[in-house]
Design a protein around this ligand. Structure first.
Ligand SMILES: [Zn+2]
Length: 66
């Protein structure tokens, strides 16, 4: 498993709040989890406030959030 950029301590929700799109794009790359609270996705569940595995969407990499 590859490491996402070090220093990702904030959740996507926090990043979104301050419009940190660059970090969000990094964190959302190869997303494996989705936040059931705000609907964002990230590779690391630590980056989400209410993470849930995206296991059903493995072959669904095309799907992107707005
Ligand atoms: Zn969230």
């Amino acid at each position: 498993m590859k490491n996402i950029e070090e220093g990702l301590k904030e959740t996507m929700c926090v990043l979104a709040a301050r419009k940190a799109l660059k970090e969000m794009k990094e964190a959302a790359k190869d997303a494996e989890h989705i936040c059931t609270s705000c609907g964002r996705s990230a590779a690391q569940k630590e980056a989400l406030c209410v993470p849930e595995p995206l296991k059903d969407s493995k072959e669904h990499e095309e799907h992107k959030e707005e």
